[in-house]
Structures are given as C-alpha cells and as structure tokens.
Write a protein that binds this ligand. Structure first.
Ligand code: 9UX
Length: 72
C-alpha cells in the first residue's frame, strides 16, 4: 500500500475480536492489509490513500463496538 497507519484498539477481549476486526477492515475498498494484535491492542492497516483514509477506517472499527485511535 501507499500509506500505512498504526492504531490503538480498545475493547478487544478474545481472539475472535482480532479476526472480526481484520475481516471487516479488509472488506473496505482501498484497504490492502490489516493486521490486528490482541497482546498490544493495536492494528496496522495499509491502504490506498486515493480510495480510503484513516478516518473511514477508524469509524468502521468503532462501528463494530471498539475504540480506535491513531497510535502515533
Ligand atoms: Mo470474543 Mo470480541 O467472544 O468482540 S469476539 S469478545
């Protein structure tokens, strides 16, 4: 991807949360990869900035019931 963001995710309590977030974020047009880590409550997302932006990605995760913010 052309752009990459690191996110802090709140509210993940089991491994299924990881797969749930990854599959939803991966389904967004413009997202190329999404790797969620339960141990560090974080996610790395690669995307094409001409198609989607951090705001949309964060909003999608929040809509699933988790908190999400830029880590850096
Ligand atoms: Mo596990 Mo996560 O039962 O939203 S899927 S807590």
């Amino acid at each position: 991807g052309d752009s990459k963001i690191d996110l802090l995710i709140g509210g993940m309590t089991c491994a299924s949360c990881v797969h749930r977030i990854e599959s939803h974020v991966m389904s967004l047009r413009g997202v190329e990869s999404c790797s969620v880590a339960l141990a560090t409550s974080s996610a790395t997302v690669e995307f094409s900035p001409t198609i989607i932006g951090p705001r949309d990605i964060i909003e999608r995760i929040q809509n699933l019931g988790y908190s999400a913010e830029l880590a850096s």
